[in-house]
Design a protein around this ligand. Sequence first.
Ligand SMILES: Nc1ncnc2c1ncn2[C@@H]1O[C@H](COP(=O)(O)OP(=O)(O)OP(=O)(O)O)[C@@H](O)[C@H]1O
Ligand SMILES: [Mg+2]
Length: 261
Amino acid sequence: MKRLVLDVQNVGKGFGGLRAIDRIFFQLFEGEILSVIGPNGAGKTTLFNCLSGFYRPDEGAIFLGGKSIVGQKPYQICRLGMARTFQNIRLFDHLSLLDNILVGDSNHHQTTFFGILFRTVAHRTYQHLARERAMKWLSFVGIEAEGRTKAGHLSYGNQRRLEIARALATDPQVILLDEPGAGMNPSEIAGMIELISKIKKLGITVILIEHHMKVVMDISDRILVLDHGEELAVGTPLEIQNHPRVIEAYLGGEKERGADL
Ligand SMILES: Nc1ncnc2c1ncn2[C@@H]1O[C@H](COP(=O)(O)OP(=O)(O)OP(=O)(O)O)[C@@H](O)[C@H]1O
Ligand SMILES: [Mg+2]
């Protein structure tokens, strides 16, 4: 039996009169991939913001590795093992790829004020190890050759890979990927499917928001379909493709055109 990693119970969040998400329940086990799909404004990113502590849910409970995380700050939730990427890429364009990862490396930060002030051996060793670890993740996502170039010079697809490397460098149990395939061409999409499969193989649990249906159907263990903030359906890719309410709401008529959700 796989370990329960994330338990989401009755989570809801409103903005004024709008229920952005409502009555969301799911449980995720080690190494599972859950995709969250639904049209623009369905509440997908709001769900990520609630899980990662950027928003406090109005109601409900969230347990990460058995610990309640509602009310914790994003950096605390990250330390407890949940990392994320952003729909609108958030990188430091003027820093190198390596430094983009190192600035987010507070999860491993053991050095003291005096260590930094006097550049002690311990601090230098720490820096060396941190760089090695950052390089390892750049290589994992396939952009190690560009380690010293500035993030702003990367292609759009590689910027998305860098965001994933930065999230992985915090040693997460769960990673939240908000549209990692956005703006990618078909060959980059194939590479992204491969990368997400590799993350799963590490035993990391993945929650994926994605509009490219090929990515979703190829790699998800389960899919949660949101509609106006509520669960419309949940199931395996096959179940979702054949789900009457999903077909009626989104896929019907659009299947032939191969439209993405
Ligand atoms: N900070 C906020 N203040 C007010 N309304 C918000 C806020 N964040 C999200 N919303 C609203 O909540 C609803 C859900 O938005 P959300 O960004 O979660 O949708 P989404 O499913 O991620 O859409 P997309 O596919 O376009 O990224 C939308 O109506 C949005 O306008
Ligand atoms: Mg969104």
